[in-house]
Design a protein. Structure first.
Lengths: 245, 318
């Protein structure tokens, strides 16, 4: 449960980072500032992936019984309890049924209700325009905000990275260049942080090295000579005959 | 069936109303207690409600670079918190959709609200918004395991992870309250609730000093009705968490039936219990200092260890 909870929390943080840094805030490059929406055919691809996610989340009852049947057939064990409620998720060994569809409906209702109430109050308050006024971001009274002042993905993840320092062992690099006149004024600060993934180092990299070595051996065996290939063919035939005999 | 359905819907409606009005009142009470403890008179307890009403009637202002996320995030926060309030056992053990009221459902509904607010914080593209969002998600991610494991200790004892089920089981076995696993889980949950509601020693709700803000930094770009919504959402969340803390550990007074006198009693007792807890937290806040941000993970890991100990005690002790 603890691992599940931590995973849940970290996943939330990761997706806030991915969506928030990637899509929100000020454009960081001129290219991003001038970005336009792509052709619907291209968005359809991502929508195709999003729809099953939504279905799995809101009506798991439509999918889980099928999965249960597959699991029972594949593993040969007894068939798990069929789900009692059509759209709900029954918890094994108890009478509790989680109804994600009803929850989703409640969430939507709450959204609309809150929006409507605020709208009512706004209309009663004054006959101001319906559209929100656009203004400079406040940011504690700072003027002239540039995209470089925004949090980046590195800075967003920094506190969490600091917490898990012992596990991740990041490689940090901090360069501060001071002004010539005084050491109290920094001219430029460079911060670089790189994480060497333990699993990548321990498992993937030896595997890729092994595959590459094998590839090199194979390449040495193939030098394009017809005589050598004929020799391979003959050797294979001999081995086959020996095995069959 | 239809009368019981109607009754549980009524219970949920009362709970929702109680959270909308009670959350701000609890917040106001905490401000009042703090002011009194510091020798000031302080604003009236209903001040947060007046503030919210005033803010809701103001003009909507959005920052230049913000998108649709900025106005949407407070609505998602309110809706997810309201959904959690509706299904949680607050004044009665029989709220609507009570069978859905699993620990995981409530926790992840609250997480949904936190994610929405963090995205809202990033939306205007300011330095402080990002800072607040980053810190809030860090603390949230670390508080989550402690919270779920602490409630797991209770659910192993009660034999169900359904919150109304846990409350009913505690009502049936009053002796459980003094068991060591309950005490450990209570200590862990208190720390988690302080972290989740942004109180001292994790965050200071009354600070406006830039570099120490967490929640306040996230909602810096909000104004008018949207600020009212996001603040109300946070206050409802405070009310919900304090009520759950009260009901999971001291459930007496909660209505076990849907009769009107019981519900009125449940509401009154809940108000008294949460007011008492809020008062204690406020007094503790006056006498404590906020922790340095990088030491917050330590206190959260302490909460996690306490909750693991609670589970271990539960499994080892007969």
């Amino acid at each position: 449960v603890a691992a599940l909870a931590l995973t849940g929390g970290l996943t939330a943080a990761a997706f806030v980072k991915a969506f928030g840094i990637g899509f929100l805030g000020q454009p960081r490059t001129p290219g991003a500032a001038g970005a336009g929406e792509v052709h619907p055919a291209m968005t359809a691809g991502t929508a195709l992936l999003a729809v099953p996610c939504l279905v799995l989340g809101v009506v798991p009852g439509a999918v889980v019984p099928l999965l249960a049947r597959v699991a029972a057939t594949a593993l040969g064990g007894p068939r798990p309890d069929p789900l009692r409620a059509g759209a709900g998720l029954a918890i094994a060994g108890s009478a509790d049924v989680i109804q994600p569809a009803l929850l989703a409906v409640a969430l939507l209702a709450g959204l609309v209700l809150a929006w409507g109430l605020v709208r009512l109050r706004a209309r009663a308050g004054a006959e101001r325009g319906h559209r929100a006024r656009r203004a400079e971001a406040w940011d504690c009274g700072r003027e002239l905000q540039t995209a470089r002042m925004q949090y980046t993905a590195t800075s967003f993840a920094e506190p969490l990275q600091r917490v898990f320092d012992d596990v991740l062992r990041p490689d940090r690099d901090l360069d501060v260049t001071h002004l010539a006149e005084s050491r109290y004024f920094a001219q430029a600060i460079t911060y670089r942080s790189r994480i060497d993934d333990a699993i990548e180092r321990g498992a993937y990299r030896p595997l890729t090295i092994l595959v590459r070595r094998w590839g090199e051996v194979a390449r040495r065996a193939q030098n394009g000579s017809v005589h050598r290939y004929l020799g391979f063919g003959f050797a294979a035939l001999v081995v086959l005959l020996v095995v069959l005999a | 069936v239809s009368t019981s359905l109607l009754a549980s819907a009524g219970v949920s409606a009362i709970q929702l109303g109680a959270a909308v009005a009670g959350g701000p009142l609890l917040y106001g009470l905490m401000v009042k207690v703090r002011a009194r403890a510091e020798g000031r008179v302080g604003a009236p307890v209903r001040q947060p409600l007046l503030d919210l009403w005033k803010l809701a009637g103001k003009e909507r202002i959005h920052a230049w670079h913000s998108s649709v996320v900025l106005p949407l995030a407070p609505l998602v926060l309110i809706a997810s918190t309201a959904a959690a309030v509706v299904i949680a056992p607050l004044i009665s053990t029989g709220p609507a959709l009570g069978r859905t009221s699993d620990v995981f459902v409530i926790v992840f509904l609250l997480l949904l609200g936190s994610v929405a607010v963090a995205l809202g914080g990033l939306d205007a593209g300011t330095a402080f918004g990002g800072m607040g969002a980053s810190r809030a998600m860090t603390i949230g991610a670390l508080a989550e395991p402690a919270l779920l494991v602490a409630v797991l200790a209770l659910s192993i004892q009660a034999g169900t992870s359904n919150l109304p089920g846990i409350v009913s089981a505690t009502l049936a076995h009053p002796g459980w309250v003094a068991t060591p696993e309950r005490v450990l889980a209570l200590a862990a949950l208190v720390i988690v609730v302080l972290a989740e509601t942004g109180r001292i020693p994790v965050d200071n709700p009354s600070t406006h000093l830039e570099l120490t803000m967490i929640h306040e930094a996230m909602i810096l770009e909000y104004a008018g009705p949207e600020l009212a919504l996001v603040t109300l959402g946070e206050m409802m969340r405070l009310g919900l968490l304090l009520s759950l803390l009260a009901n999971l550990f001291f459930p007496w007074g909660i209505a076990a039936t849907a009769s009107i006198p019981h519900l009125v009693l449940g509401l009154a007792v809940l108000a008294a219990k949460t007011a008492a807890i809020a008062g204690m937290i406020a007094v503790a806040e006056v006498s404590a200092a906020k922790l340095r941000l990088f030491r917050v993970p330590e206190i959260l890991s302490a909460a996690f260890v306490l909750s693991v100990l609670a589970v271990v005690t539960e499994l080892v002790l007969p």
